[in-house]
Write a protein of this length. Structure first.
Length: 272
């Protein structure tokens, strides 16, 4: 009985797709600050803390439940350059969602990864490998393990006080759980409008498409549309607070996987 329930929870997690907003993190995929190739690598700790309200805690089509959840996300990184244009990053990252009432929504992930980024005439081309562990509950029971292989292209465009950061990302996931194996395509646009040195208006409209390849999810195709707007205050160059309203919609050829979700909350970002 416990195994059947765990599988249902796992399939429910796969149905959410973007329970982890930081799975597609614009800052994570940006290149490190350029350093001479002979410089020593640098360590850093980067993360965020997000208390959120959601009107669909279980990402359900028919059983909508409102709740508050808490999402810490912390990475330890080692950054360096192999040449003037080729940088690398090694990292370990942990994050979880802890719900106030809807405990079935609790989930956690731990991951280790490596990234190579080539800078070419302002464009950033990245190859990424990531090994991850997905848990039922907050690091309680291991649901499945995966290996993600990713390729991305990104660039920043600055016009006066506006920065536009488009990003395209393609991922294939290998997993010990057949239902988790899939292709994923992400297209997003980071927008930041500086109002003054401290305040900014930010937004990251996002489109995601999933093609599941194995198990009970074979043939399933999902699309996620997300739009948000936020107000960001920078306490310092490495600490900021952003309050965001986000609306997300998932379409799918599996009717039960369709849902709508509204999330509101502040996010504290830090880097040391």
């Amino acid at each position: 009985m416990r195994g059947s329930r765990a599988l249902l929870v796992v399939l429910g997690l796969l149905g959410t797709g973007t329970a982890w907003a930081a799975d597609v993190d614009l800052t994570e995929l940006k290149a490190s600050s350029p350093v001479p190739y002979y410089s020593a690598p640098s360590w850093s700790v980067v993360g965020s803390v997000t208390p959120n309200f959601t009107d669909n805690a279980l990402f359900s089509r028919d059983n909508r439940r409102s709740d508050f959840f808490y999402e810490p996300d912390v990475s330890v990184r080692l950054d360096g350059n192999l040449t003037d244009d080729l940088s690398y990053r090694l990292y370990a990252r942990a994050q979880y969602d802890a719900f106030s009432r809807e405990k079935d929504g609790n989930a956690a992930v731990a991951r280790m990864g490596a990234r190579l980024t080539e800078n070419w005439e302002g464009w950033r081309f990245s190859a990424i490998y990531e090994h991850r562990y997905d848990f039922d509950g907050i690091y309680r029971d291991l649901a499945f393990t995966s290996d993600d292989v990713m390729g991305s292209v990104a660039r920043d465009f600055r016009v006066n006080n506006v920065t536009l950061s488009p990003l395209l990302l393609l991922t294939y996931r290998f997993s010990d759980l057949a239902e988790a194996r899939r292709w994923r395509f992400d297209a997003l646009l980071g927008i930041e409008v500086k109002l003054d040195p401290k305040w900014s208006i930010v937004s990251t409209p996002l489109f995601e498409a999933f093609w599941f390849t194995d198990g009970l999810n074979r043939g399933r195709q999902d699309q996620i549309y997300s739009a948000d707007i936020g107000l960001k205050y920078s306490f310092a160059s490495n600490v900021s607070l952003t309050t965001t309203v986000l609306y997300e919609a998932r379409e799918s050829n599996v009717m039960v996987r369709r849902y709508r979700d509204l999330r509101i909350g502040p996010r504290l970002d830090f880097a040391f």
